[in-house]
Every structure is written in structure tokens, then in C-alpha cells.
Ligand binder design. Structure first.
Ligand code: HEM
Length: 197
């Protein structure tokens, strides 16, 4: 929500996708989530710039090995910086910009650990087993937010001035709560009487 409130065009495209897929149904459920292809790109782009587990889980190598000329002795503790990889200009055009379209254009980049430039859930045999549970749990609430409400920033805050500072740790989160104003879209509910007034 923080990234898309800063980019009105992204907000507009994501909202229009959710609203056209769910139409006058009056609510968003799991049944059509597979059709929200742009929304999935928004989530992937968010995971690229803000991976919740930025350093994955540490690995230890049993055998010595060599990677790109570096000798790695046995029993080294190896930390993989997924956060930095997701922002590396060698792998990403306009690396610091929030552009969900990059995943539309290059849809073959997925988040399942096969594209090493994008590993928000890690990779290999210890990658996150919760991915199938996590994905709809991000998609569903975000789609509901975008279907039922228009959103604006509180008075006095401009899009490009929104504080995006993060607190780093084993997991990463915003330093300050995101404060947004929801404006309910009543037309969405007219056939279903979800809103009584
Ligand atoms: C957006 C949500 C989530 C993200 C970004 C995420 C990310 C990750 C990452 C990066 C790892 C380390 C993988 C590696 O080092 O290769 C991990 C491990 C793990 N995750 Fe998640 N995770 C999420 C949600 C979940 C959920 C919902 C569950 C459980 C229902 C879960 C369960 C686990 C477990 C058990 C591990 C340890 C796996 C192992 O060491 O074998 N995660 N996760």
C-alpha cells in the first residue's frame, strides 16, 4: 500500500483490474485471485524492494569450495543478502524504482527460487515452505483494500514525501506505521446491500 499510494498510475491500474474482475459481486474472495495478474506483479515488485526476510536464513558449507575466485573454507557461515540482490542494477533496470510492469514484461521471473536475482522466499531445499500460504494471504487483503476503497494520504503529505524508512532485523518492516485515508466506494456494493446506508 505504501508503494502504490506513491504511484497513482499503479494504484489506478491495480484497482481497475480488481474491480473489473470482481465487478458488482460486492466482495472479493479467493475464487478469482488467479485472474489478478497485475496485482501479483505489484506484490512481486514489493517483495523485490522490501523482502521481509532480507538476509534469508544462514547456511553453512560442509566442504570447502570456490565461488567466483573466492575460497570458502568448510564450516563457513554464509549470509545471502536478498535485499541487496533485489536492488542490484546489474540485474534490474531502474533498480530503485517501483515498477510492477517489469514483471508483466518479463513474466518468466517468478518468486519460487529459480531466478536467483529474485529470491524473497529463498531458494533450494530450505526455501520457504509457506509460499503457497503466504501468497493468497497477501493477494486477498490487498485486493479487498483496492476493491472497496479509494485511498489518499493525510493532508499535508505528498506522494513522494512519504516516509519509507525500514527497520532491519531478521525480518524487515516499516519504521513508522502507514497512515492512509480510505474512501469507501459505494457503487461496488449496490447489488449486494453490503453497505446499509
Ligand atoms: C510474505 C511471506 C513470507 C516470506 C517473504 C517468507 C520468506 C522466507 C524466507 C526468505 C525463508 C528462508 C529461505 C532460505 O533461506 O532459502 C523462509 C523460511 C521459512 N518460512 Fe517463510 N516466508 C513467508 C511466509 C511464511 C509462512 C506463511 C510460513 C508458514 C506458514 C513460513 C514458514 C517458513 C519456514 C518453516 C521456513 C524455514 C524453512 C527451512 O529452514 O527449511 N513462511 N521464509
Amino acid at each position: 500500500m505504501a508503494e502504490i499510494i506513491k504511484k497513482p498510475k499503479v494504484m489506478e491500474r491495480a484497482q481497475s483490474e480488481v474491480r473489473s474482475v470482481y465487478g458488482n459481486k460486492g466482495y472479493v474472495d479467493e475464487s478469482e485471485l488467479h485472474q489478478l495478474t497485475y496485482l501479483k506483479c505489484v506484490i512481486n515488485e514489493t517483495l523485490r524492494l522490501h523482502p521481509p526476510v532480507p538476509l534469508l536464513i544462514q547456511r553453512e558449507n560442509k566442504e570447502p569450495c570456490q565461488i567466483k575466485g573466492y575460497q570458502i573454507p568448510a564450516n563457513s557461515r554464509i549470509i545471502i543478502n536478498a535485499w541487496a540482490i533485489g536492488r542490484d542494477p546489474r540485474y534490474w533496470v531502474d533498480a530503485m524504482d517501483f515498477k510492477p510492469e517489469r514483471f508483466v514484461d518479463d513474466y518468466l521471473i517468478d518468486n519460487r527460487g529459480t531466478n536467483f536475482e529474485f529470491i524473497p522466499f529463498g531458494g533450494g531445499r530450505r526455501m520457504c515452505p509457506g509460499i503457497a500460504f503466504a501468497s493468497p494471504n497477501m493477494e486477498l487483503p490487498l485486493a479487498q483494500f483496492l476493491y472497496h476503497f479509494d485511498w489518499k494520504l493525510p493532508d499535508g503529505i505528498k506522494n513522494d514525501e512519504l516516509d519509507m524508512t525500514e527497520l532491519f532485523g531478521i525480518t524487515t518492516r516499516r519504521r513508522n506505521h502507514l497512515c492512509l485515508i480510505p474512501i469507501i466506494v459505494k457503487d461496488m456494493h449496490k447489488d449486494n446491500n453490503v453497505i446499509s446506508s
